[in-house]
Design a protein around this ligand. Structure first.
Ligand SMILES: C=C(O[C@@H]1C=C(C(=O)O)C=C[C@H]1O)C(=O)O
Length: 283
């Protein structure tokens, strides 16, 4: 008799492992939502407001419906998920012990929306990306260039096989991360892209801040938006730059391993939260 572990195929077990990580993240997010709801409840008590706000609930559910649709889900699935979260929120605010554990957190609403949240407090301790530039410069160029080369060639494997990288043959394109002071030049040959020696001249460049590249790589923002809003810019040889940009638009992101996409997505969210927390501190 095979044991249960042996009987379940590895591919199924791996997918369940990823699902477990997603479920953990969902529960973590619910806990974070409830922590903020607690503050809202205390505020309502202090101002003598009703706990339930049906107009606001309607707006919350509508946002969930339209976001679900934009992500290719059924609107009802988005609504069901948020309906459960809103019910928990109302239940929490009705609890008589809501205020226990300290004074009502009124100031949290007056200052920043999430200012009292421990996660946001921690995020605000992080240095802004520009300050990471100094330690990053201590990492040998060859290391991050190799890493970039491997990542780019992995992502571009399919377009390369389809001959879509022919435009890069013998051409040099720079990638510049302005706030981290990082710059790589990639050159194409018949089979792949190579990172050139530091300081190599390039014919065109794609430049922007680290977070914009992370949002692009995690697919949390589409290339069109990033270029249209000039958060990523193409300089130099316009034709080469635009061809590279169009390639980014058509990349088969779904072919990236799921675990890598989750990691990128989490990093991008984390970086965006850190940026917002830092802006809050600077304001
Ligand atoms: C959190 C609030 O309280 C309740 C819960 C809501 C929610 O979970 O989004 C929305 C409206 C209220 O019925 C709020 O008023 O914002």
């Amino acid at each position: 008799m095979p044991t249960e572990r042996e009987a379940i195929p590895l591919t199924l077990r791996l997918r369940r492992g990823v699902l477990d990580a997603i479920d953990d993240a969902l529960v973590d997010l619910l806990a974070l939502r409830q922590r903020i709801v607690r503050g809202i409840g205390a505020c309502k008590r202090a101002f003598g407001l009703a706990i339930r706000d049906e107009a606001r609930e309607g707006a919350v559910l509508e946002r969930a419906r339209s976001r679900a649709q934009r992500r290719g889900l059924a609107a009802e699935d988005g609504e069901r998920l948020l309906r459960a979260a809103v019910d928990s929120a109302v239940e929490l605010q009705r609890r008589p012990d809501l205020d226990q554990g300290g004074a009502p957190r009124l100031p949290a609403m007056v200052r920043l929306p999430d200012a009292g949240d421990p996660a946001m407090r921690l995020l605000r301790l992080l240095p802004p990306p520009e300050r990471l530039a100094v330690p990053l410069r201590a990492v040998p160029y060859a290391w991050h260039a190799r890493l970039l080369e491997a990542a780019v060639n992995h992502v571009l494997a399919a377009p390369q096989r389809a001959g879509k990288l022919a435009f890069m043959r013998g051409r040099r394109l720079a990638i510049e991360v302005t706030d981290l002071n990082l710059r790589w030049v990639l050159e194409g040959d018949d089979t792949r892209l190579h990172a050139c020696a530091p300081g190599t001249e390039a014919e065109a460049a794609v430049r922007g801040k680290a977070i914009e590249f992370l949002l692009l790589a995690s697919r949390m923002e589409d290339p069109d938006t990033l270029f249209f809003q000039r958060r990523l810019a193409v300089t130099g040889d316009t034709e080469l730059g635009l061809t590279a940009r169009n390639l980014l638009d058509q990349l088969p992101w779904e072919s990236l391993p799921l675990a890598l996409r989750i990691l990128l997505n989490r990093s991008a969210r984390f970086a965006a939260a850190a940026r917002d927390a830092y802006r809050g501190k600077a304001a």
